[in-house]
Design a protein around this ligand. Structure first.
Ligand SMILES: Nc1nc2c(c(=O)[nH]1)N[C@@H](CN(C=O)c1ccc(C(=O)N[C@@H](CCC(=O)O)C(=O)O)cc1)CN2
Length: 327
């Protein structure tokens, strides 16, 4: 699982959109700025994971402050009996005073100083959006939700393509939406004996991560190794219960009083990867299988989009063998 293991030093590009935060009365270095002369400030996020040591927060916060950055939020997690340190900081800064390339170098220097296992910085208004491909089978409610959240800007990603082992008529809502937005749809028919993973790998080679939005084919270890980046799945059940197919029916047959959905990283073992997000809803004797399925589908749509948003905002970090820290 390659979650966020990249030490990213993206190339600076011009500020791609007017995503500017004017500091009306913000202060840094003690100067008080009024809106007539204040520089344009833009948001940045930095996540850090290293062996615990004294002075990490001081070094990281000084790195930001020394370049005139102003920290707006700072989360730290140091687990008990485990000598590791996690942090996520949100800050605003003047890209003229702190050029993007220099920012990567400055955080990289601290990462080297502490032998960090993870140090990722992102400036949403400068850095390229994450490129993702969406894989699905027959049901498309998760895909539709993802497309609508992407359309209303809540999912800051570039969808490079949609891949499915089911064909869809061109006059369907999904296909018309994809055509309108220039998102290619690839029908890759799979069989038990031929999962056509090499073709899928070729289609997704330029993405930053993959999203399985009800893709009902088990990906091989060879595929996951070959892809080498994160794959995020939505399971319409409350893992680790009810792994595998038809979890809503498994839950119904088990007489549960809570149903749920789980978004997790995909590993070779089915439905066993580190959990990113879970959502639950009560059910009762008054529910039937149809309402179990309907409630599960409503939960999984929300759970998946929240997990993808958290991932894009650098809130998700690997923790131990099979857990996550989600700031
Ligand atoms: N390596 C992994 N691949 C996939 C995972 C995973 O965790 N690791 N998650 C699944 C999604 N999934 C549940 O969320 C799931 C998908 C498929 C099956 C299953 O039994 N598939 C059958 C074929 C079913 C069909 O063709 O309709 C099979 O592959 O034999 C169970 C659970 C996505 N991939």
């Amino acid at each position: 699982m390659m979650m966020m293991r990249r030490i990213i030093s993206e190339r600076a590009t011009c500020v791609s959109k007017n995503f500017i935060l004017r500091s009306s009365a913000s202060r840094f270095h003690g100067e008080s700025l009024d809106s007539s002369v204040s520089p344009v400030l833009i948001p940045g996020v930095h996540v850090f994971h290293c062996q615990d040591a004294v002075g990490i927060v001081a070094k990281l916060s000084d790195c930001i402050a020394a370049k005139g950055g102003n920290i707006l939020g700072y989360d730290v997690f140091v687990p008990e009996n485990n000598n590791v340190f996690y942090s996520r900081s949100e800050f605003i800064f003047d890209p003229v005073k702190w050029p993007r390339e220099q920012m990567s170098e400055d955080f990289q220097a601290i990462a080297q100083r502490f032998g960090a296992m993870n140090s990722v910085v992102r400036v949403p208004s400068i850095d390229p959006k994450y490129k993702i491909a969406l894989l699905l089978s027959k049901q498309d409610h998760c895909l539709v939700e993802m497309l609508h959240r992407w359309q209303d800007g809540k999912l800051p990603v570039d969808i490079t393509c949609v891949i499915s082992n089911h064909e869809r008529a061109s006059n369907t809502h999904v296909m018309r939406f994809l055509e309108r937005h220039g998102i290619p749809y690839h029908y890759v028919a799979t069989t038990k004996d031929n999962k056509r993973e090499d073709e899928i790998l070729d289609l997704v080679k330029d993405t930053d991560f993959l999203v399985l939005a009800r893709y009902m084919q088990i990906l091989s270890g060879k595929f996951l190794k070959g892809y080498g980046k994160d794959v995020i799945n939505i399971h319409h059940g409350l893992l680790p219960s009810f792994k595998g197919g038809y979890p809503a029916k498994q839950a119904f047959d088990a007489g549960v009083k809570l149903i749920g959905a789980t978004s997790h990283f995909v590993t070779e073992e089915l439905d066993a990867g580190p959990i990113i997000e879970q959502m639950v809803e009560s059910v009762s004797h008054r529910d039937n299988l149809r309402s179990f399925v309907q409630k599960s589908e409503d939960l999984e749509k929300k759970c998946l989009t929240k997990a993808i948003k958290s991932y894009c905002e650098l809130r998700v970090l690997p923790y131990g063998a099979n857990k996550t820290v989600v700031f």
